[in-house]
Design a protein around this ligand. Structure first.
Ligand code: AMP
Length: 202
C-alpha cells in the first residue's frame, strides 16, 4: 500500500557537470545519491554521467534507488548519459527544465556552475511568482552558496525582492543532513498548509 501521508516521492537534484570540481563535492554528491536510495526517494536529474550529476546518479543507482535522467539530444555527447538508468531524451533545454520541474516534489541544489545557477534562479523566480511551493534545500559545503545567498539578501535589502522569498529554501552544510531537511520540511510544510498541492504550476 502506498503511504498516502507521504508527498515526497521524487526529488530533483541540480548540480554541476564538471569533473574538475573539488573531489569532496563529488564525493558528497555520491553520498546524497546514496541517501536518496536509502530513503526511497527517486532522484530526478539532468541525465549526464559526468561531474556531480553523474556521481549522485551512480550513488543512487548502485544503492538500488530509482533514478530518472532528462537530457536534451544535443548534450548526449558532452554530458555522457548514464545508460543504466531510465533516461528521457528531450529536444531542448527548456523542455528538460520543465520536465525536471514537473516530475519533482522538491529540489536539492548541490555546488554547480552557470547551468546550476540558471536552474536555481528560475526555480526561485517561479516561487516568487507563486507558481509553486515545492521545498528547496541547498547543500552548502564550505559555504559554497554563501555568495548567492548574499546577493539574494542584497536584492531583499534593496526592496527589490520580497523578504518572504528567503523562507522558501533551507541550507545545510553536511551531505547527511540533506534528506532529513527534506523530510522534516515535507512534514512541516504540509501540516501548515494541508490543502497545498505540490503541483501548483498550471
Ligand atoms: P553546470 O552547473 O554549468 O555544470 O551545469 C549543470 C547542468 O545544467 C548541466 O547538465 C547543464 O547542461 C545544465 N544546464 C545549463 N544551462 C541550462 C539551461 N538553460 N536549461 C537547462 N539546463 C541547463
Amino acid at each position: 500500500m502506498p503511504d498516502e501521508s507521504r508527498r515526497l516521492d521524487s526529488v530533483c537534484v541540480y548540480c554541476g557537470s564538471s569533473n574538475d570540481a573539488d573531489p569532496a563535492f563529488i564525493a558528497a554528491a555520491r553520498a546524497i545519491g546514496v541517501s536518496f536510495a536509502q530513503a526511497d526517494i527517486k532522484l530526478i536529474y539532468g541525465g549526464g554521467g559526468v561531474g556531480l550529476m553523474g556521481a549522485a546518479a551512480r550513488g543512487a543507482y548502485e544503492t538500488g534507488g530509482q533514478v530518472l535522467g532528462i537530457i536534451p539530444q544535443f548534450l548526449t555527447g558532452r554530458e555522457q548519459p548514464f545508460d543504466d538508468v531510465e533516461t528521457i531524451i528531450v529536444d531542448n533545454m527548456h523542455e528538460r527544465k520543465m520536465l525536471m520541474f514537473e516530475r519533482a516534489d522538491a529540489f536539492v541544489v548541490l555546488p554547480g556552475g552557470i547551468g546550476t545557477l540558471e536552474e536555481i534562479i528560475e526555480l526561485l523566480s517561479w516561487r516568487r511568482l507563486d507558481l509553486h511551493k515545492k521545498p528547496i534545500v541547498f547543500h552548502n559545503p564550505r559555504g559554497f552558496w554563501d555568495p548567492l545567498f548574499s546577493l539574494l539578501k542584497h536584492t531583499i535589502d534593496e526592496g527589490l525582492t520580497p523578504p518572504t522569498l528567503a523562507d522558501c529554501w533551507r541550507s545545510v552544510e553536511k551531505a547527511e543532513d540533506v534528506v532529513p531537511a527534506l523530510l522534516s520540511w515535507d512534514a512541516d510544510f504540509y501540516q501548515s498548509d494541508p490543502q497545498t498541492s505540490v503541483r501548483l504550476l498550471t
